[in-house]
Design a protein around this ligand. Sequence first.
Ligand code: HEM
Length: 631
Amino acid sequence: MILLAASLPSSGPFVNALTTISKFVTITASIAVVGVLLAISFLIEDEHGKLSAQSLRLRSAAFWSAILWVVAGAANIVFTLANILGSQISVALDFTTLRSFVTQVTLGQYMFFQLIIALLIAGLVQNIKRNGAAIFLLIVALIGIVAPVFESHSASSGSHALAIGSLIIHVMALCIWVGGVFGLAILDPEARGLAVSRFSQLALWSVIAVVISGVANAWTRLNFSEAWHTSYAFIVIAKVLLTLLLIYIGYQHRKNLSARETMNVNWAKFSQLITVELSIMIIALALGSWLSTNQPPAPALGSKFDAATTVAGLPMPGAPNFTRVLLAFNPDALFLGILALSLALYFRGVAILKRQGDTWPVSRTVFFVVGCVIIEFATSGGLGVYAYFAFSYHMVAHMVLGMVAPIFIILSAPITLALRTLPQGRTPDERGVRGTLITALHSRLVSIWVNPIVALAIFDGSLFILYLTPLFGGMMLSHTGHFVMDLHFILSGLLFFHVIIGVDPNPKRVPYLARVVLLFAAMAIHAFFSVALISSTTLLDHGYFAQLHRLWSPDLLSDQHLGGSLGWAMGEVPIMLALVATFILWVRDDSREARRIDRNAERAAAMGTPDDLAQYNAYLAKLAARDERDS
Ligand code: HEM
């Protein structure tokens, strides 16, 4: 496709420049929105969950940044469309053309979605009064910002999963880093003291993510020698140099702020540094916008181009065998990034506990690592690779992501670890990160989610919605669809097994009998679904696997039936394991309860006071006497 792009009519340097400028203003304004919301929800202290006076004042900065985001975002849609059509702006401004772009073309749909998000934030931000609302808008803003990246020209590279995933991580980390620096810059000096210590950790993690993701993305573009003689490569090199400069300024900041304990921070120097830092960041944002709106270099015409790479985003692997499935690897940068961050946060939590002199069962850490490794294998590893090319492997990967990995993650008690290690309020009035998590866990929304019926409906109901509607074929065709599907499998599995065998706190504990009934229901529904698959006479993927022109196991329907049988077998095993675990927990809880009652009885006997049972019998006798009296 890139090769084709070279032969498409160009809309000329003027429209090209406008596209880059509007992209630059869009991303800068959106990052400013994130920066202000980050300051309000995470850097400035709240008052028992309510926004402080400083935060309330900052809402207008978020409002005006959002307005700029809306205007620039709308312009960016028009210029991007003119660029794609290779036409004048007037053509792109035609209502029918514009409407079909934002309703029928995936990139247009995602850009329009981002515009709606920007409008929503502009409409709501002035009215938020609680910390929770600011966090909600922050998450919505981040989703809006990364949506179009799923369809950026990274989608046309030979390794979709690496190119798109790394760019999404790049943009997310940029939002936190650049946005956070902007947030700090607009804070009142007296609020900076508390904010900088919290931001410096966040900044460090974000810088690491920006560099690794930037280099990974650059690699997918520049992994052939000719590419290094292009303006694209020069811009990337310029960005690397600017990043090194920014890292040096970060180091200067740390040196200056390390005098915080001695109250000797040179705030004038801090302001100077932050002004220089923001100016360099603006330049880097502009260069990044240029990169993302100009065609990256394409390998020489000689290189072979196959249907598999176009449809699935990676070359077709050889016929599956044990070694190939075990060793195949296609880095899904987004999942690798999420797993790396989760592992880093988990180990950091365990380290904090150790530093506090507390212990944490090693088995839990091992369970967490095993869970992450299983997810890696079913997304970037061999199972993940073959899942793109055969329904049977897709179903095995689905079962592993939805039923095997979640059990390990659930048994590693991540919520308990978070509750024991997340920072408390920095001031007596502040709710703190830990307080915010507790509030979220006790929220109405979470109590609806962990309702056993809801958990079962999401866990098993989604099978029918995904596979027995055209949804599956569509999801397989796009990288976004693939990512959302895998994420859904993992999250619905985590929710279901948390309700059944979770060791983490659950606002509403489900009685053991209800859990057993739920597991049997899940087994039955899963069996029913698998039988439907095994006896299916039509293909469920709406032509996805056919487009791959797979040479090995060409009979797509029998492969689908195989997927049904494997899904059935693999699905029942974890549910059986959960059933056994539930019975063990039940018996253990019962004996613990029995021991408690016995201990109470012994204690009561020792103190000569009636024990629970005696008290209860006395109560019943009183009731009987009263009834007799009344009768
Ligand atoms: C080691 C340093 C960095 C490297 C190697 C790097 C590399 C890249 C690459 C390869 C892209 C993808 C361009 C495309 O879509 O073809 C990109 C996008 C981008 N980069 Fe960087 N970058 C780095 C640091 C930064 C910094 C420090 C900033 C800003 C402060 C930045 C801002 C951006 C922006 C705004 C985009 C466009 C994102 C989008 O598509 O929405 N980058 N970068």
